[in-house]
Design a protein around this ligand. Structure first.
Ligand code: ADP
Ligand code: ZN
Length: 752
């Protein structure tokens, strides 16, 4: 007699564990098993939800545990989506199960609950059961069943006649029309005159707003050329990535819309990613006016239920366009023809926890797997993107001018050196007063990311930097020293400036609150408002401040980088940038790039209405190229200087980076593990002859977070393959106490 071949499956489990696991499928479940479904499996002493990857043939089937249940009727992901998840897991060195869990909407996840039951010996025991599996809202519908004989009477008859006329009706509508009619409805069902159906309700995040339809605009020559090239790429049905470089208002969105129309006409779908949730309503409106097809939105501002509804609409093919923030990357669209990444330079495309992916980079990967056109759009592209475009790795499309002939704002730089401790320089005060008298609005932008505690000379503006790494030194209170966060360099704060020899060195950092106080003192009658993380807490806080500004209830708005993002404020005629250099001095090699982007964006806030705008940039570093080039609207010039710096010091695009962070409550333990990690990295590097620099460990700039001490190791590799081999072997060989936490961040964006 032949023994039946055991049915073995491979399962990914969403826990921080490497590899996948094998389970035996009992005969009763065998027909339900399919790749992409979830299963309940025993894991240690727990039961966990895992994801079926496919059949496997593993020896020693006798020792395998059995699958307890198959949880889905339909697979949640397709084979090509699984390929994408595997790619991500490999690239970011993250367990596949956790990648899958992150990619799927939270609404589908089962929750474990416990119930008290009587045990066999009569004592109470806790039993686990699974609940809330599907976050679906249903509504009861009543449908008429034509039957002449058993006619109800009175109100029941009225309802039936109404149903016969309407065909079908949700219970809520019937109650609205007939008041409480539950007894009559029950009676109708008993008589067989009507039947009930539970139907899924779609939680519309737009609350069914109506949109006036509009058509495509006649394009200007630059837009036309871009569209021609994009159209050809869509028709070729092969992966083609583009950089669409154009200032705000140059008509990029119009190009997205018309390219998407081409893709839809070819039977393909479109994915549009934007960095900020706050920006989606306006953009979604433009899409809804342009297209009749289903449009889904996915972003973290939705409830789990809304998200899950959107996800299922997309999966069922009811939406051909998906718009959303970072997480929209995982929208289950099929036949994707175009992927747009708007404001591609934004740091918020990088997820900073869990799976540390970058949606901008993964858009290119997804585009490649799908044979799609990928458009990276920006007024201030990443230096790495522009470099790729200049080297032919990205197609380059340029929209050089604003569509409406709005002049660029008139910009001036104010030198703040030798103005010890003054918040505002006289020309800025004068301009604010004048603008106030003329009824214009003023934006004051305070460039203050993270903790701007860097050392600067009050007299010459010289900023202390690491002699090895060219990044600013960060003050560590614990050590009382200034430390480079890339290498090990540290120094005591000097008494006098090493550059000019006589200036005093101070720690710089100024709050929005202090600025607000000053403004109020200078202009007691002005209506002053503040927009930063403190004043916009809670849902809608952000929108509230913006609305006040829009409706002219604010004369002077003070804000952090929050106000720099693409909002349109027609009434703003003056923009003041305070301490424009603050972000130049973050301990990050991208600080010049970030500053250029930020200042360019803030400048773009002035004079978007009918009146021309004026921008005053107050700074301690007026000759720094990032500021000088931003003020003269010179991206090219900035790029040339920045790319030379990157090449000289060996930063992206001339090297690839990964950062490892080790943290522990006990400082000695964390430090020990960090040292061991670095030693192992050095050993692997030597043995495999990998061209990767291993820098550190050093204490992280944020040396202690939530009670845990943190160390960082930075890896810098000329070849990506070398860097990945090092990380791969390291992960396989490194062991540390369970009290130490290790995170690997490939292509880190924030180095703090
Ligand atoms: P961006 O996305 O680069 O900021 P938009 O596509 O939003 O630019 O265009 C800016 C403004 O100009 C919008 O109001 C848009 O409707 C309008 N616009 C864009 N292209 C054209 C065009 N070819 N003709 C007329 N108006 C246009
Ligand atoms: Zn250094």
């Amino acid at each position: 007699m032949q023994t039946p071949v055991p049915h073995i499956v491979e399962v990914a489990i969403p826990l921080p564990l490497e590899g996948s696991f094998h389970y035996l499928v009992p005969a009763r479940l065998s027909p339900q098993v399919a790749s992409g479904k979830r299963v309940l499996v025993p894991f240690g002493r727990r039961k966990v939800t895992g994801y079926l990857l496919g059949d496997a043939d593993a020896p020693g089937a006798g020792e395998l545990k059995e699958v307890l249940d198959v949880l889905d009727e339909e697979p949640l992901f397709t084979a090509s989506e699984l390929d994408f998840y595997r790619w991500i897991a490999g690239y970011y060195l993250h367990p596949l199960g956790e990648v899958i869990k992150m990619a799927l909407p939270a609404g589908i996840n089962l929750v474990s609950r416990y119930r008290c039951e009587q045990g066999e010996d009569g004592t109470p025991v806790l039993k686990e059961f699974l609940a809330g599996g599907r976050n679906v809202r249903t509504e009861r519908y009543f449908l008429p069943v034509a039957d002449e004989e058993r006619r109800p009477r009175g109100k029941g008859l009225e309802i039936l006649e109404y149903l016969l006329e309407m065909g079908e009706c949700p219970a809520a509508d019937l109650r609205k029309r007939f008041g409480n009619c539950t007894p009559q409805l029950n009676r109708l069902v008993q008589l067989g005159c009507a039947r009930v159906e539970a139907r899924e309700v779609y939680r519309d995040p737009f609350r069914s707003q109506e949109y006036q339809h509009d058509g495509p605009l006649p394009l200007n020559p630059a837009q036309s050329e871009a569209l021609t090239r994009l159209t050809a790429a869509i028709e070729a049905r092969a992966f083609s990535p583009f950089l669409l470089h154009g200032v705000t208002g140059s008509g990029k969105t119009e190009v997205y819309l018309q390219t998407i129309a081409v893709a839809l006409a070819a039977g393909r779908s479109a994915l549009v990613m934007v960095p900020e949730i706050a920006l989606t309503p306006q953009l979604v409106g433009r899409f809804k006016r342009r297209f009749d097809c289903g449009i889904a939105v996915l972003h973290s501002g939705l409830s789990d239920g809304e998200r899950y509804d959107e996800w299922r609409r997309i999966r069922r093919g009811e939406a051909s366009i998906v718009i959303g923030a970072r997480s929209a990357l995982f929208a289950p669209l099929t036949e994707v023809g175009v992927i747009v990444v708007d404001e591609e330079h934004e740091g918020s495309y990088k997820q900073s926890e869990g799976v540390r992916y970058n949606a901008r980079d993964l858009a290119l990967v997804r585009g490649k797997l799908a044979g799609a056109v990928v458009i990276l759009g920006s007024a201030t592209p990443l230096v790495t993107s522009y470099h790729a475009a200049m080297n032919g790795k990205l197609g380059y499309l340029q929209l050089p001018d604003r569509v409406r002939e709005l002049p660029m704002p008139q910009t001036e730089m104010l030198d703040a050196r030798r103005q010890k401790g003054e918040v505002f320089l006289p020309p800025l005060i004068e301009a604010m007063g004048e603008n106030l008298d003329n009824g214009g609005q003023t934006l004051l932008f305070l460039n203050r990311r993270g903790f701007a505690t860097y050392l600067v000379c009050e007299s010459c503006g010289h900023v202390l930097r690491c002699p090895n790494c060219e990044v600013t030194l960060t003050f560590h209170r614990l050590k009382g020293k200034h430390v480079c966060h890339y290498c090990d360099f540290s120094m005591l704060p000097p008494k006098n400036c090493p550059h000019c020899g006589d200036g005093e060195i101070t720690l710089l950092g100024r709050g929005t609150e202090r600025v607000e106080e000053q403004v109020q003192q200078l202009f007691p009658h002005a209506r002053v408002s503040r927009m930063d993380r403190d004043t916009t807490r809670g849902k809608g806080g952000h929108a509230r401040v913006l609305k006040e500004l829009e409706e002219g209830e604010v004369d002077i708005l003070i804000g952090t980088q929050m106000i720099a993002k693409g909002h349109d404020f027609p009434g703003v005629t003056l923009v003041g940038v305070l301490s424009a250099d603050a972000s130049l001095n973050l301990p990050d090699f991208r600080s010049a790039e970030r500053t250029f982007q930020l200042v360019t964006q803030v400048m773009g806030r002035a004079g978007r209405g009918d009146k021309p705008g004026r921008v005053l940039v107050q700074t301690l570093a007026p000759e720094h190229y990032a500021l000088a080039r931003a003020v003269s609207h010179d991206f090219q010039g900035f790029y040339q200087e920045e790319i030379a710096f990157r090449e000289e010091v060996g930063y992206p695009p001339f090297a690839h980076l990964a950062s490892l962070t080790l943290s522990a409550v006990a400082a000695s333990q964390g430090e020990h593990s960090a040292d061991e990690a670095a030693a192992l990295l050095q050993k692997i590097k030597r043995e495999c002859r990998l061209r990767v620099e291993v820098l550190g460990p050093v204490t992280a700039p944020l040396g202690k977070v939530r009670g845990r001490f943190r160390w960082q190791i930075l890896l810098k590799g000329r070849e990506r393959a070398d860097l990945h081999r090092l990380l791969f072997h390291f992960r396989g060989g490194f062991s540390h106490p369970s009290t130490v936490r290790l995170t690997i961040d490939v292509d880190p964006v924030d180095m703090l």
